[in-house]
Design a protein. Structure first.
Length: 456
């Protein structure tokens, strides 16, 4: 959990960006500023109210909200990815024991329904569960029998049928190994099946299946290699639908590896023709598109491609707190922006792809908001800026000082006068400063290399 700075309450109803009253606990707070996530094991008590308290409660007690947020809402989603999200939620900090028990049962029910014996053994070892010996033996026997039947089918196809039937039998074996979670055997089986496959589209389908298996395992290096192979296949004549799906698969890797700008670009190109429901639902696609775009796109591009995008407008209101988060930034309503952002944090923390980058994302959104506010002024009082964001002047002073020192915000603070003076260098000066910084880094590296050579 996170310690948050919450300023004193003010009277009067609070409204979200779309005009609806925000959910509060008593009187609404003036504003909330998300803080950096502490290291595991050092969490401080959370000061919450209003929408933020409602959001954080999700991790403590999913209750009625659990059905809204679990990631296997779309029937077409690959069950292994759904299980991966449930496994992530199971390890989330603050989840009540009764909810862990419920989540454990859901995971086991899905595994038993799919007879995913290898996956069962891996999950039990990972989460410290005691395997059911009877179930395990039964699933092993069922898997062995299924593999024997598939081998017989392959042999029959090779002896009596044509290449298409042989290919289908090999692909069925690969998909079976993929379903039970045997990654090593599945990788070999997919390679054999692909060698017998003529069409580029069918080869890409095999590559997608293996990519989903690696994504579910969280092996992003394997996903990177698999995407490179899929891109090579696509270059050989992939159809439009599979090319579009490939972009979404690439976006998933970029989300997991914190390349939010490229992920936003790929998702924006994909939302109009999104069909990759085996990865996540369309609503989840819109969620990822908006949160990555807010942190990376220039204001004008954000307006044209996100705020006014009909594909996003038709869905965004169904995702809690996302609409005010987006519209408040563009409308320069910073108090509402951070209130919506604070309420949205529960979704970010519960998301398997974004949670590892939570601190980074919170920092980037703050930089975007502070920079956008200061662009309108040559100078502004610290008190005025603090009031706009709904926080205390002391908190705003500390926040800005951190980002100014890091070179993320171009401004300086006159502590005596209580004024913030903007210092926006032009393009040439910015390029000059960047060149100097890179030159200093290069010189430092050369000096380290020289010392290492001298020692040898």
């Amino acid at each position: 959990m996170h310690a948050l700075s919450v300023s004193p309450p003010v009277s009067g109803p609070k409204a979200t960006a779309n005009g609806a009253k925000a959910r509060t606990n008593g009187e609404p707070a003036r504003g909330m500023m998300p803080a950096e996530a502490p290291k595991p094991g050092t969490e401080a008590p959370v000061e919450v109210d209003g929408a933020l308290g409602d959001g954080l409660e999700y991790l403590k007690n999913p209750g009625p909200r659990f059905s809204k947020l679990k990631r296997n809402q779309t029937p077409e989603q690959d069950f292994k990815l759904a299980l991966a999200c449930k496994r992530f939620l199971y390890t989330a900090e603050g989840l009540l024991q009764k909810d862990k028990a419920k989540l454990q049962q859901e995971i086991l029910d899905k595994i038993f329904a799919k007879e995913a014996v290898v996956l069962y053994e891996e999950i039990c070892a990972e989460l410290g569960w005691e395997p059911d010996a009877g179930r395990l033996e039964a699933m092993r026997a069922a898997s062995t029998a299924a593999l024997a039947a598939l081998e017989e089918k392959i042999k029959d196809a090779q002896e009596n049928l044509g290449d298409v039937e042989v290919r289908d039998a090999l692909a069925a074996k690969a998909e079976h190994l993929c379903r039970i979670g045997d990654r090593a055997a599945a990788r070999e089986a997919f390679a054999v099946a692909e060698a017998k496959t003529a069409g580029v589209g069918q080869k890409m389908d095999l590559a997608f299946s293996l990519l989903r298996l690696d994504m579910a395992a969280g092996d992003w290096q394997a996903v990177k290699l698999g995407l490179k192979h899929a891109e090579e296949l696509c270059a050989g004549g992939g159809d439009w639908e599979r090319k579009n799906r490939l972009r979404v698969y690439e976006a998933v890797l970029l989300l997991a590896t914190r390349d939010l700008a490229r992920a936003a670009s790929l998702l924006l190109d994909s939302i109009a023709t999104f069909t990759s429901t085996e990865l996540f639902s369309y609503e989840d696609c819109i969620f990822y598109t908006v949160v990555t775009s807010v942190a990376t796109l220039p204001r004008t591009e954000l307006k044209a491609r996100v705020v006014d995008a009909p594909e996003i407008l038709t869905v965004i209101d169904a995702i809690p707190h996302l609409a005010p988060f987006l519209t408040a930034l563009y409308a320069c309503d910073y108090k509402t922006l951070f209130q919506a952002f604070a309420a949205l944090m529960y979704r970010l923390r519960a998301d398997r792809l974004l949670a590892p980058h939570f601190r980074y994302y919170v920092r980037e959104v703050r930089v975007v908001a502070y920079t956008q506010f200061l662009e309108a002024y040559k100078s502004v009082t610290l008190e005025s800026m603090a009031a706009a964001f709904g926080v205390s002047p002391a908190f705003m002073d500390a926040e800005l000082a951190e980002f100014i020192v890091a070179g993320r915000v171009s401004a300086k603070i006159d502590k005596v006068a209580g004024v913030i003076e903007t210092n926006r260098p032009d393009a040439k000066n910015a390029q000059y400063q960047a060149t100097l910084k890179q030159g200093d880094l290069l010189l430092n590296r050369l000096q380290k290399l020289s010392r290492a050579i001298d020692v040898e």
